[in-house]
Ligand binder design. Structure first.
Ligand code: ZN
Ligand code: ZN
Length: 150
């Protein structure tokens, strides 16, 4: 698949297989978030695929949900600890971890954007040349379309 709007169905699972997911991206690329919270959560930048509500889990009873802020929750498998998603609660927007999907199942999705670039530490850099936004820019954009973080 490519950058067209043709629907891609992704299939993935956690490390132990207790949770599986089928999802259709709403944006046909992978987004990286370098913020301090994502890095603490996953060890390095978060790499996610925005799927909005086009997400179907099996093994829902094994999914733990941690409210990491007033507007976001982060999901993980309670059996094996695999991180599953970031959900922006006000928009009910699931961003699934790209690592859940087999390489050949991501339909050639590529890294398309990096956010919170101002919080990225110096000890890694992604080689891809993508658009980058600071945390302030991301927050300003979300506020511009009506979301509030106070
Ligand atoms: Zn698991
Ligand atoms: Zn983040």
């Amino acid at each position: 698949m490519n950058e067209s709007s043709e629907a891609i169905e992704l299939q993935g699972q956690c490390l132990c297989g207790a949770v599986t997911v089928k999802a259709t991206p709403v944006r046909p690329h992978i987004e990286a978030c370098h913020c301090d919270m994502c890095r603490r959560w996953g060890g390095i930048a978060f790499a996610g695929v925005q799927c909005a509500q086009n997400v179907e889990f099996t093994g829902e009873e094994h999914i733990g949900r941690y409210a990491s802020s007033d507007w976001a929750e982060r999901g993980f498998c309670k059996k094996c600890g695999t991180n599953l998603f970031y959900r922006f609660v006000p928009a009910d927007n699931y961003s699934l971890l790209a690592g859940l999907f087999d390489n050949d199942a991501t339909g050639g999705l590529t890294l398309g954007e990096q956010i919170f670039i101002d919080e990225k530490p110096g000890w890694y850099d992604f080689a891809q040349d993508t658009p980058q936004k600071t945390g302030a820019e991301v927050v300003a954009e979300a506020k511009a379309v009506g979301f509030s973080f106070d």
